[in-house]
Design a protein around this ligand. Structure first.
Ligand SMILES: NC(=O)c1ccc[n+]([C@@H]2O[C@H](COP(=O)([O-])OP(=O)(O)OC[C@H]3O[C@@H](n4cnc5c(N)ncnc54)[C@H](O)[C@@H]3O)[C@@H](O)[C@H]2O)c1
Length: 379
């Protein structure tokens, strides 16, 4: 099968492309290799993928409609797995434009090209963050998610709405996957596990928000990839019992589906830190802080629908997953002199005068900003 994976130099995209290639598929990958985090990690992931003969990479920005159309026209994809996006909740408070560009404008370009080229199935990344102000646990795809608490979440919810309109208008099969805090080898440097590992190694304090009273439904990367591939093979279909009088939020009379992909096991942040300390053989020095704007204190996925429809079953415990991440981190950074080094700590995430990122960051500004981000993010 000929499959396009957008965001293939990213954390999840890299793993998805890798697994598809190992299974003998022809994989086209695209990525704009932006500087949201250390671009060397993106290049290193790409290097791994370049080892496969059946891998073709295009350094394209999904906001570049012309380049994207010509890729679609010349390649004729059977399926599209759309993972390219501006990720991260906190950065959306600082650079909201980046989210509208990649996640809304870019997503429209993906929809349009899938429509024009009659792609059999578009699978795209949504997020657990769409549950926003919802507190009813576990989070179910059948509940209303009209109350996002960050612009990032709003763009992911917008993607689901945009996909529905295309599924309805053009009978175009689309499936949105709400990922729950994905972690594992080759993970994102702006996420808690990476940040904590780096800080604990170098004896620096870790920032723990909401005074440690957080829970996350952490999902190991291999489990996520398994779910994505299972869903990609199950082309979205209409729910024949769907009714506009009592509309189900997770399906439609159009070929449109939404699923949660999580571990269905929320882990307390302090337990997560203890597992990490165990894997590293080192104690963390904790800096307790209040809840950050845009964050939610708990996530918990109801995965009944994806279990029923494709037999998705997460296999990896948090202890085992953290151990695998730490093993990767140690081998990946083994030769890097900066493994132990931590740049000067910047305080004042919430101080409005500290940093005003321009709408368009130059590469140099982006690098500085990435550093700032890494120093100020956690779970
Ligand atoms: N990692 C998680 O825990 C998580 C949770 C929920 C949702 N998601 C979603 O899953 C998807 C993948 O996330 P990830 O963790 O791999 O993030 P990532 O940042 O590692 O990967 C995204 C990739 O997309 C690329 N990209 C961004 N904007 C682009 C554009 N305009 N054109 C082309 N390429 C572009 C980036 O360079 C990056 O390599 C994203 O849509 C993200 O919002 C991730």
């Amino acid at each position: 099968m000929k499959i396009l994976v957008t965001g293939c130099a990213g954390f999840i995209g890299y793993h998805v492309a890798n697994r598809l290639l190992r299974e003998g598929n022809q994989v086209y990958g695209l990525d704009n290799l932006n500087h949201y985090y250390d671009v060397r990690l993106k290049h290193a992931r790409l290097e791994q993928l370049q080892n496969f003969e059946q891998f073709y990479f295009s350094p394209i920005d999904i906001c570049d409609g012309q380049a994207l159309s010509s890729l679609f026209e010349h390649s004729g994809f059977d399926r599209v797995i759309h993972l390219a996006a501006q990720a991260g909740v906190r950065y959306s408070l600082l650079n909201p434009q980046a989210y509208i560009e990649s996640n809304v404008h870019g997503f429209l370009n993906i929809l349009e090209n899938c429509r024009q080229q009659k792609v059999q199935h578009l699978v795209y990344a949504s997020s657990s963050s769409v549950y926003g102000a919802c507190t009813q646990m576990p989070f179910s795809i059948h509940q209303n998610v009209d109350h996002p608490v960050s612009l990032y979440a709003a763009t992911k919810k917008a993607n689901e709405l945009m996909a529905h309109s295309y599924s309805h208008l053009y009978q175009m099969p689309t499936t949105g996957l709400r990922f729950f805090t994905v972690y594992g080898p080759w993970g994102r440097p702006d996420m808690a596990l990476f940040l904590f590992t780096k800080a604990i190694y170098s004896g620096k304090p870790i920032d723990v928000f909401n005074y440690g009273n957080m829970k996350r439904d952490f999902t190991y990367i291999d489990d996520i990839v398994d779910g994505i591939l299972k869903i990609t093979n199950k082309i979205a279909s209409a729910n024949l019992s769907w009714s506009g009088h009592n509309p189900d939020a997770g399906s439609s009379a159009a070929p449109y589906r939404i699923y949660n992909i999580g571990n269905q096991t929320p882990v307390a942040l302090m337990d997560f830190i203890h597992h990490l300390e165990e894997a590293l053989g080192k104690k963390a020095n904790i800096n307790y802080l209040p809840l950050q704007a845009g964050d939610v204190p708990e996530t918990f996925a109801d995965i009944e629908d994806i279990q029923r429809d494709v037999g998705f079953q997460p296999q990896t415990s948090i202890r085992e997953g953290i151990k695998k991440f730490v093993e990767w981190y140690q081998s990946y950074y083994a030769d890097e002199a900066d493994m132990q080094a931590t740049p000067p700590r910047v305080t004042g995430w919430a101080q409005p005068n500290y940093f005003h990122p321009p709408t368009k960051l130059s590469p140099c500004e982006k690098d500085n900003f990435t550093q700032f981000l890494i120093e100020n993010s956690a779970i």
